[in-house]
Structure formats: structure tokens, C-alpha cells
Design a protein around this ligand. Structure first.
Ligand SMILES: C[S@@+](CC[C@H](N)C(=O)[O-])C[C@H]1O[C@@H](n2cnc3c(N)ncnc32)[C@H](O)[C@@H]1O
Length: 284
């Protein structure tokens, strides 16, 4: 019996798949790089993953520390950092790139000797904190890490409660996310089944990756499970206050402006309550 030779090649790693699936997600990277440049550094990115955002911040000339609990994602970030450092100097900003340091730690329990001008949690990282004690622990660790007047910058999914309520009614159906990627074995498409628990506000997501065979059949399948907590706007504002922050700005999109009923993102900027702020922000 002949075996398919492509099956002998290893499938793309989870870290490689993450980068391939999110290659066209660039508006948030530009936003965080601008915020990091405005803070001036040093900056801490909590949940930095493969360095998608951290490396852009370093390329903008800002000193940045990336923290994540997943060693595989961190080693991909380190490999990409090596490639960036070897790139020709004419694509680097004046003064050279900032340095990216990588740290393996849990976002609920870490400490650094020097304070940061900004702590950032891009791409809904905070939503992996499912319980209130975990949420408070993560916000407390970030608060300790921040310099007086430093900024906490993070984004959350903006839940549409009517959509969630409708989705929670029926069985979790597999839906195409519209995202796909290629590796040496072929093209993989991503589908997702979401189960919503309206009481705990936890969404249980099962991602399914399917490699397409020539005749449109599925040649191979792999799965990834992710549980995330969603927050309503006022709940999150109260959570920030309880953790000792005050809100400086809330945007509904990467170019600014308030949240809208159709918006997908809530982008929060907060400072430690009762501490004198750094220079006033240039935006309304
Ligand atoms: C959606 S990814 C975002 C990665 C990166 N910020 C970006 O924008 O591409 C979420 C990241 O949070 C990390 N993460 C989840 N829970 C964590 C925890 N308790 N401590 C540290 N990192 C965590 C995951 O390992 C993953 O890299």
C-alpha cells in the first residue's frame, strides 16, 4: 500500500500556524507601536506570543520586554528577533532598533526590578483570565510593574449581547472563520465551534484545522481548544477601578473614536488611580 508522502513531513507548528493565520492583522500592531513610541519605553507586553506586536515595537526603536507562559511561542519570537537583528540597517529606524527581551512567566504572578512606562496586553490576552481572582491578580501584577503615571493598554472583544444570546440557544455548529494558511503539506482551513455560557460569560471555542485533499476531501484534521471570558463595558470599567486604575481613554477601533453598537473591539487605556499622569494625551 502506498502512503501519501506529504504525511511524512511534520505539520506546521502551533506557533507557525498562529503567525500564518494572523499575518493580515496589522491595524492593532500599528496602534500598539504608536502607543509604545508615545510612552517612550521601556514597555512590557504581557502575553506576547510569537512576538507579532513586540517585534514591531522593538523595530520602532522602543525597549520592550515580552512575557508569555508558552515556551514554544517564545522560541518562535526569539527566532524572529534573530532574523530582525540581521536585517539591513537601512530598514531600521534612526538610532537602531529597540531591544526585545523575552521572559517565560504567568501573567498573574511576575515581578521586575525596573518599572515600565507602559504595560500592554494586545489581542484579547486578558480574556484568558477566566475567574475574578485571576483577573485581579493579572491587573495587580501589571499595576506593580507600571511606573508612576505609566499606562496600561489592552484590548477586549466587545460583546454583542443579542448575538451571544441567540448563539447560546442552539447547538454549537462548526462555522468557517474565513481564515486559512499553507504549509509544506498543503492548504489548511480554519473552522470554529463556539459554546456560550451566558452565566459565567465564558466562551468555549474549538478550532478545527483541516487540510484539503485534491478532491476537496479532508486529508488531515487537528484541533485546538480555547476558553475566553468576555466583559461588558461597564463591568470592565468597575474591574479596573477595583484593581486601582482609572480610565484615561476607551476606543471602539484602532483609529480611535468611541465604541459603537457594531464594533468588535474595546481598547482601554488606564493609569494608576491617584498618581500624577505623564504628559497629556494628544487625542480627544
Ligand atoms: C491571542 S494570543 C496573543 C499574542 C500576542 N499578544 C499577539 O497579539 O499576537 C494570547 C497569548 O496569551 C498567552 N497567555 C495566556 N494565558 C497566559 C498566562 N496566564 N500567562 C502568560 N501568558 C498567557 C498565550 O500563551 C498567548 O501567547
Amino acid at each position: 500500500m502506498r502512503t501519501d508522502p506529504t504525511l511524512e513531513r511534520p505539520a506546521i507548528s502551533a506557533a507557525g500556524r498562529y503567525d500564518a493565520l494572523h499575518a493580515d492583522r496589522t491595524a492593532d500592531v500599528a496602534f500598539y507601536a504608536r502607543e509604545a513610541a508615545a510612552a517612550g519605553g521601556p514597555v512590557l507586553e504581557v502575553g506576547c506570543g510569537t512576538g507579532r506586536v513586540s517585534l514591531a515595537i522593538a523595530a520602532a526603536g522602543v525597549q520592550i520586554t515580552g512575557l508569555d507562559r508558552d515556551p514554544e511561542l517564545l522560541s518562535r519570537a526569539a527566532a524572529k528577533r534573530g532574523a530582525q537583528e540581521e536585517s539591513p540597517s537601512d530598514v531600521r529606524p534612526e538610532g537602531g532598533p529597540g531591544r526585545l527581551s523575552l521572559v517565560c512567566a504567568d501573567m498573574r504572578a511576575y515581578a521586575f526590578r525596573r518599572p515600565f512606562a507602559a504595560v500592554m496586553m494586545p489581542f484579547r490576552v486578558f480574556q484568558s483570565m477566566l475567574s475574578v481572582p485571576d483577573q485581579l491578580a493579572a491587573l495587580a501584577a501589571a499595576r506593580v510593574a507600571l511606573a508612576p503615571g505609566g499606562r496600561l493598554v489592552l484590548d477586549l472583544f466587545d460583546p454583542r449581547l443579542d448575538v451571544l444570546a441567540e448563539a447560546a440557544e442552539g447547538p454549537a455548529a462548526l462555522a468557517d472563520t474565513g481564515r486559512s494558511f499553507h504549509d509544506a503539506r498543503g492548504r489548511w482551513r480554519e473552522r470554529v465551534a463556539a459554546r456560550y455560557d451566558l452565566e459565567s460569560q465564558i466562551v468555549d471555542l474549538t478550532y478545527v484545522y483541516e487540510r484539503q485533499a485534491a478532491a476537496g476531501e479532508v486529508a488531515e484534521r487537528s484541533f485546538e481548544r480555547l476558553r475566553v471570558r468576555y466583559f461588558t463595558r461597564w463591568e470592565f470599567e468597575h474591574l479596573l477601578a477595583r484593581a486601582g486604575y482609572e480610565v484615561e481613554a476607551l476606543y471602539g477601533g484602532w483609529e480611535g473614536g468611541p465604541p459603537t453598537p457594531e464594533g468588535e473591539d474595546m481598547i482601554w487605556i488606564a493609569t494608576k488611580r491617584g498618581v500624577r499622569r505623564r504628559a497629556t494625551r494628544g487625542r480627544a
